[in-house]
Design a protein around this ligand. Structure first.
Ligand code: ADP
Ligand code: MG
Ligand code: MG
Length: 885
């Protein structure tokens, strides 16, 4: 293997081997830009060093050969002679990592060479400043000495000299500082600061290798899901000096504004400075535009180079440069990070400039960025009172009075008050309160906790797992880590994009992108260019995608919004939501019925209500498919809680007949594992008339709409099927009802009947099931639970944290589909289903339908559509387009 590449040998696509910095230094060199010569030691060498604990022999030789070539080329020797060569040793992994070792500059300076450097440059001060910087950086990053020890001496020197910045220190003062710094090194390492230039370089290289496994680096990689086995490259680069007086300096710049994407000159410059001075904030930098006045020639050259780089990378670049006595040098470039808004604007600008095509533009933006743009934001400059932080679970900015329970949330919201529901954690009972609240704050749980999942589904702001907060619902107060007590009714603001919690009301700015999707802002010459960029990219995605996008919606209001957002139908209407509230009592009557007569009466009371629901839904989605799932959850969910009911009855002097019957029913229906119990198709098979009532309501509503001249397109979906026999029975019953209603009204009803595929057995026998199904909809939530054998409601709190921490999975399988496990069942079932019935329609509903990575998977598997909550529809559209290009 080759361990070392000269800057003239590499190129930008070798990031795996040369790291991002090395690959781009090589690329700039190839482009003929002024890059100080140097070479890059590969990540292979780093991995080998970390594996064996020492430098491979071949590496040492190669470094020697490249150093000799560099010396030859520069006509100088590392740290020796009249004109000593100095180098920087710079880390640089494939992904930029703030947790890594810093760069060491001025390597090669010694007690001997410092004099030569001074003579060569004709500047004593400069030479001693460079030497003290070397010992300071080397001491801190290579020898591991506390950085403050050096900083304290520097402060003292400034104080002694009566100056405020280090440029004002004289050569003599800096020379004294160098002595003090060398003392620190001796005291803390028991040896002298190394006077052999090559030893300095080798130690710095090893320190970069070792920093790969430093604690901060490991932590950063875990958070960013960067693999631990990549290793880092090391760049050895000949020094150029920005600290050679007022005609020298160093700066950073962007080829366009990374915050907004707008074109212009963005950056900072610092005269007479080296390396980190610009970002360290020791002295005040000037805006890059000032450089035009300070050094017009270098400024003009920099602008030319910026253009070259943009045209070459065809993207926003960020740049680090240094000017040495009027000569410009490029020290780094990379495709720059940007905000979501900038990403959309830049993608469109680059199409217009002819730099990228439409496919490439779609690759440059993501659904996650789009999600970001859809939420309102807090005004960043408002000086808000930050009191706590948690996990940014569902983006947005919410303000409201603190409430600690659902009932209070509902009551206060009904009075027109904005509230934030604060809970230790939420559960299904909190649904009403969550709906009523502006936002949800919990002190426990992660990104897949109940609060987070439900809030994202509703497009509601949520901060969860704010562990430093003490939530005392009984006392109706909340205590921050700093001991501040916030009582019920006090206003707080929560930022679901950053996870921050503020006391008091932080002003909010609305999102123009959301207004665009809602249809209240139209694209056009008058509109914000961000709206136009989003519109353009959404149109490109819609043209490109093969996957249709449907909505999970149960109400006409949700359906209408989904349609505005671009939904092509409803992929999942959960009918159980229609049995809540006042209708719960009717379901109770159905469950308690002791005779056919009683049961029929209860069903007859439910029928017109259901029919009304469907009529509204078909109206909102006229002309588009509406997949109605028959009732799915265990029946006991519609009954009171066993403990509560027992207590209530125990307290009654003479319990009523009905109460006793109710208690008996609750006992009878109690299940240890309700999610694996009497629910879905199983209910339809054992509670006579329940499914047929629902089918009747659907068919009646459809028939009447049809007679009224509309175009209703219902589809009936049977949940939790495990075997084709279940489906056959239910399907026969359903078809009989549909035929009857069709005859009654004299209209032809063409209502497909299909099934959820959400049990492993269903997936494994999909070929048989397809004989009785017009379509499959993969219920990947339940399928994930049953394939992994873990309960979504429990695992999040008990061990997901540990699993994520240990890297068993990088992301919860409830958030992104587990392609290897659950996904391979989906793939197999799709193939088997289509083998039986080539025209079988295939879709997916559930959380995964709106998750970017999962959408790409469903595209690859060849499904026909994904279905997700209304707020995720634009994201699914964009990602489906990206997947297809
Ligand atoms: P980081 O990864 O933190 O950006 P760099 O390796 O880019 O670290 O080094 C930080 C800064 O040090 C650079 O921006 C540049 O100003 C300075 N620097 C690095 N190498 C040299 C060099 N050979 N000559 C002059 N300055 C250098
Ligand atoms: Mg840098
Ligand atoms: Mg299910």
């Amino acid at each position: 293997v080759k361990y070392v590449y000269d800057f003239t040998e590499g190129h930008k696509d070798l990031k795996d081997l040369l790291g991002g910095k090395g690959a781009n230094l090589a690329e700039m060199t190839r482009l003929g830009l002024p890059v100080p010569p140097g070479f890059t030691i590969t990540t292979d060498a780093c991995r080998e060093y970390l594996r064996t604990g020492s430098e491979p022999a071949a590496l040492r030789e190669e470094v020697s050969a490249h150093l000799a070539a560099l010396e030859q080329r520069m006509g100088k020797q590392l740290g020796r002679g009249d004109d000593p060569l100095l180098v920087s040793v710079r880390s640089g992994a494939k992904f930029s990592m703030p947790g890594m070792m810093d760069t060491v500059l001025n390597i090669g300076l010694t007690d001997d060479s410092v004099g030569a450097l001074a003579a060569q440059a004709g500047d004593e001060r400069f030479a001693w400043d460079s030497y003290r910087r070397l010992i300071q950086m080397f001491g801190k990053t290579v020898l591991g000495i506390e950085g403050d020890l050096f900083e304290d001496r520097l402060d003292e020197a400034r104080a002694r000299a009566g100056v405020t910045s280090d440029v004002e220190l004289t050569a003599d003062e800096l020379r004294k500082l160098v002595d003090q710094f060398k003392d620190i090194v001796r005291e803390h390492t028991g040896r002298e600061f190394p006077q052999d230039p090559r030893e300095q370089m080798d130690l710095a290289i090893h320190a970069v290798f070792d920093s790969w496994n430093g604690e901060r680096a490991r932590l950063y990689r875990r958070q960013e899901r960067i693999p631990h086995d990549l290793g880092t490259a090391v760049n050895v680069c000949s020094m150029v000096f920005g600290n050679l007086g007022p005609d020298s300096g160093t700066g950073v710049c962007f080829t366009r504004d990374p915050a907004t994407g707008h074109q212009g000159v963005y950056g900072d410059y610092l005269q007479n400075a080296q390396g980190e001075d610009v970002v360290a904030g020791i002295r005040n930098t000037v805006p890059l535009a000032e450089l035009e006045r300070l050094d017009p020639a270098s400024y003009a050259e920099l602008l030319r180079i910026m253009e070259t780089l943009e045209n070459h990378y065809r993207d926003l670049c960020d740049i680090e440069f240094t000017i040495e006595r009027g000569k410009l040098w490029m020290l780094q470039t990379r495709v720059g990070k940007r905000t979501a808004a900038a990403a959309f604007r830049i993608a469109v600008q680059l199409i217009d400039q002819g730099l990228i095509d439409e496919t490439e533009a779609l690759a440059r933006v993501t659904g996650a960025q789009l999600a970001h743009l859809m939420f309102p934001r807090f005004d960043a400059d408002s000086g808000a009172d930050h009191v706590a932080g948690g996990i940014a679970a569902s983006p947005g900015a919410a303000v409201g009075a603190v409430v600690f329970d659902s009932a209070t949330a509902v009551a206060r919201a009904a009075e027109g008050e904005r509230v934030i529901l604060v809970r230790r954690e939420t559960n299904p009972d909190d649904l009403d309160g969550m709906i009523a609240a502006q936002g949800i704050l919990t002190s426990r749980g992660g990104k897949t906790s109940h609060a987070a999942v439900v809030a994202r589904g509703m497009g509601k702001t949520c901060v969860c797992g704010a562990e430093e907060l003490r939530v005392d619902a009984a006392a109706r107060e909340l205590t921050t880590a700093a001991g501040t007590v916030i009582r019920e009714g006090e206003v707080i603001s929560i930022d679901g994009t950053s996870g921050k919690v503020y006391r008091g009301e932080v002003p909010v700015v609305p999102s123009p992108v959301m207004e665009y999707f809602e249809g209240t802002t139209r694209p056009g010459p008058e509109a914000d260019d961000l709206v136009n960029a989003v519109h353009r990219l959404m149109s490109l995605a819609d043209d490109a995608r093969r996957l249709a996008v449907r909505a999970n919606a149960d109400t006409a209001e949700d359906a209408a919004r989904a349609r505005r957002f671009g939904a092509q139908g409803i992929g999942l209407c959960r009918t159980e939501h229609m049995f809540l509230g006042e209708r719960r009592e009717l379901v109770e009557r159905l469950i308690l019925a002791e005779s056919d007569g009683e049961r029929e009466a209860a069903l007859a009371a439910l029928l017109p209500l259901q029919q009304g629901d469907f009529t509204e839904l078909f109206t909102a989605m006229d002309g588009l498919p509406v997949t109605v799932r028959l009732i799915d959850p265990p029946l006991h969910e519609f009954l009171p809680d066993l403990t509560e009911l027992s207590v209530r009855i125990a307290l009654e002097e003479k319990p009523s007949e009905t109460d006793l019957k109710l208690l008996a029913a609750v006992r009878r229906l109690h299940e240890q594992n309700p999610m694996l119990g009497l629910r879905g198709v199983r209910l339809g098979l054992v509670v006579p008339g329940l499914f047929t009532m629902q089918v009747r309501a659907i068919a009646e509503a459809a028939a009447r709409r049809r007679l009224a001249g509309a175009d209703p397109r219902p589809e009936i979906m049977i949940p939790l099927v495990g075997t084709v026999q279940e489906l056959e029975i239910v399907r026969d019953e359903a078809e009989a009802v549909i035929a009857e209603i069709s005859r009654e009204h004299g209209v032809e009803l063409n209502i497909p009947v299909g099934t959820m595929i959400e049990l492993p057995r269903a997936a494994l026998t999909a070929g048989q099931i397809a004989e009785s199904a017009d379509f499959f909809s993969f219920g990947t939530n339940d399928l994930t639970q049953t394939v992994w054998g873990f309960s979504r409601d429990d695992v999040e709190a008990s061990f997901f944290g540990a699993y994520l921490e240990k890297g068993i999975f990088g992301v919860s399988p409830f958030e992104t589909i587990d392609a290897d496990g659950v996904g391979s069942l989906v793939r197999a079932a799709a193939t088997a289903g289509r083998a039986t019935r080539p025209d079988l329609k295939l879709g997916v509903c559930g959380e995964h339908g709106g998750d970017p990575e999962s959408v790409h998977f469903f595209h690859r598997v060849g499904l026909d559509y994904v279905s997700c909550s209304p707020f995720r529809i634009p994201i699914a559209r964009l990602e489906a387009g990206r997947a297809a290009t």
